[in-house]
Design a protein around this ligand. Structure first.
Ligand code: ADP
Ligand code: MG
Length: 592
């Protein structure tokens, strides 16, 4: 019998590895740029031609390499970044697998010039198909420049697989942006087909984000910053009104490494819930700093995914800090100040809850934020100009302590669509959604600040629930009480009703309670929504008027006033639009 196993020749092994590391020009760019950052460069220049398929050139002024290192760095597993197993758990550099240069050299022709500060003369090396073609001394600047020609020239199938030049260019630019964003202190430039696309002078994160995202100068970002012993987050987020229809401006960095993480993205989106429409996305750049031992970045060779040892804690933290930052703008969200700090103090407290979000009765949603300029509904703050301190007549639904006196000039309704003239403008309002918003805010207020007092029933009533519903009721009983439903478990799946909220005394109690429980169950899987919000929404869903419900004139007026008194009159709790405001100019233009 002859032995049939043999070791793969290096060139072939490298080509196989390259399949993972270098999928397209952009992946080579990522590796080269990160190597330059690891080499402590303060200036990095990227030049590409034809989407990177014919030329990628990365020039840096970093530490450079010795003559020997310049040769050995092209070998697989050649790295200066880790030496022993322990180092693996303490990685702060980008590379560490020592695969990138070997992979690139396996699938392209590469030329490198490099010199260290301590060397009088540098070295130049040419490699193709994993073979060193020549190496010779050369006068060159301190730092390293690597040119990659004709990527995949020796793998025609791969080369043909590349997308159009414009698509590949887009990918290259995306990689460039990610690295440049993660390192605002480094001077970056990008030249595409002999044209300068970006010249980014050293600056701060905010400025770099604004430049890279091509924001108008009047657009402002909100700062996010929170530090604990376990984790810290800093960065910038867009205001809710700047939310865009398309994704693509969401950037997460963990220890300055760009990562894609839908779970974390969701944490941010969740923090915006109720503030933006459903199909819009906030822009953000958030940098998470966490001890390397709490993360595993070795899950994928291209290293854009990361595992946290406690991802739920990270999720809760991110959501909380973003929410906190938004609360600076939206005066009616006041996060429990200590909640974030407390989160990570007890280390046994594995799954901290996001901080409570409470309604501030002195809210003035748009007045407090200087830079807040709503785009869709300009001049909203005018709605509040005629604020009067005294209360109006008894509220139709539930009373808040601070109602502003809002003077609606005209109002009528057509099939549940309300047309209201207010502050000289026309507002078109969805009746059901408006009521949903009003009730949601009021119930949330009742749950978190001021319980609603119930109106006692003349004769107590009894509800029989299914065993499952009864279980759920027991867990919710105390909070349901705060909403003005005086209901108590009485054993044997029985609930005794002694009182109901004043505005609901006429409703059927069984239908009401079962409805609330059903609505609550529907949201059970939304682990990111706080319990109070779930219950407030459940109760609002159950008790909001239908679109077909006929309101009389007085009720109509009350509904519109209540809506304008809401913290977020423009979207319902699920993020759907409630109200469209038309500038008079709109109609003038329409009839031109
Ligand atoms: P890794 O980054 O995982 O260590 P690479 O294959 O990307 O592996 O690089 C191999 C080694 O080559 C690095 O560890 C580093 O020592 C050296 N190197 C690569 N690029 C540069 C550069 N631009 N400047 C200085 N040294 C570099
Ligand atoms: Mg590397």
């Amino acid at each position: 019998m002859i032995d049939i196993i043999s070791l793969l020749p290096d060139a072939l092994a490298n080509k196989i590895a390259a399949g993972e590391v270098v999928q397209r020009p952009a992946s080579a760019i990522k590796e080269l740029l990160e190597n330059a950052v690891d080499a402590q460069a303060s200036q990095i220049m990227l030049t590409i031609k034809d989407g990177g398929s014919n030329l990628i050139l990365v020039k840096d002024n970093g530490i450079g390499m010795s003559i020997t290192d310049a040769r050995i760095c092209w070998e697989r597993h050649a790295t200066s970044k880790i030496k022993k197993v322990d180092d693996l758990f303490n990685i702060r550099s980008f590379g560490f697998r020592g695969e990138a240069l070997a992979s690139i050299a396996a699938v392209a022709k590469v030329e490198m010039k490099t010199r260290r500060k301590e060397d009088a003369i540098g070295t130049q090396i040419t490699i193709a198909d994993s073979k060193v073609l020549k190496q010779e001394p050369l006068q060159t600047n301190i730092g390293t420049q690597i040119a990659v020609y004709n990527l995949f020239y020796n793998l025609p199938a791969r080369r043909n697989f590349l997308k159009s030049v414009s698509v590949e260019t887009r990918h290259c630019v995306d990689e460039f942006i990610r690295v440049a964003l993660a390192h605002p202190l480094i001077d970056f430039s990008l030249i595409n087909n002999d044209q300068e696309v970006f010249r980014l002078l050293p600056s701060n994160l905010e400025q770099r984000f604004i430049t890279l995202m091509d924001y108008k100068s009047n657009q402002t970002l909100l700062k996010v910053v929170e530090n604990t012993d376990f984790i810290s987050v800093n960065g910038f987020i867009s205001t809710p009104t700047q939310a865009k229809k398309s994704r693509g401006e969401q950037f997460f960095f963990v220890n300055n490494r760009f990562i894609k993480d839908n779970y974390l993205n969701h944490a941010v989106f969740a923090a915006y819930e109720g503030l933006i429409e459903k199909d819009r996305f906030p822009s953000f750049v958030l940098n998470i700093n966490i001890a390397p031992k709490h993360i595993d970045i070795n899950v994928h060779p291209t290293k854009t995914e990361i595992k946290f040892d406690d991802d739920r804690a990270v999720y809760a933290f991110v959501r909380a800090v973003v929410r906190k930052s938004l609360s600076g703008l939206m005066a009616n969200i006041t996060p429990d100040e200590d909640a974030i700090a407390k989160m990570f103090i007890n280390n046994d407290n594995k799954y901290p809850l996001p901080p409570k979000i409470t309604l501030d009765k002195t809210f003035n949603p748009f007045g407090t934020a200087q830079n807040y300029s709503p785009k869709i509904h300009p001049n909203w703050e005018k709605l509040y100009e005629i604020a009067a301190p005294e209360n109006k007549q008894e509220h139709l639904f539930l009373k808040l302590e601070t109602q502003k006196n809002i003077k609606i000039e005209a109002v009528f309704v057509v099939s549940g669509i309300i047309f209201a003239k207010y502050a000289g403008k026309m507002h078109v309002i969805n009746q059901h959604k408006a009521h949903l918003r009003i009730l949601f805010e009021k119930y949330l207020f009742a749950l978190q600040k001021h319980p609603v007092s119930s109106q006692s029933l003349l004769f107590p009533r009894t509800i029989i629930l299914s065993p499952q519903d009864f279980e759920l009721f027991i867990t919710l009983q105390e909070d349901i009480l705060k909403l003005g439903c005086e209901m108590h478990a009485f054993g044997n799946n029985k609930v005794i009703v002694n009182g109901l909220p004043p505005h609901l005394v006429k409703t059927n109690e069984t239908d009401l309670l079962e409805g609330i429980l059903d609505q609550y169950k529907l949201q059970k899987h939304h682990t990111d929504i706080a319990h109070y919000e779930k219950l407030a929404l459940a109760m609002a869903q159950k008790t909001a008027i239908a679109q077909s419900h006929q309101l009389n004139d007085e009720e109509l007026l009350q509904l519109v006033e209540d809506l304008f008194n809401c913290a977020y009159p423009t979207t319902d709790p699920k993020g759907e639009v409630i109200i469209y405001t038309y500038e008079n100019e709109y109609w003038i233009q329409k009839f031109k």
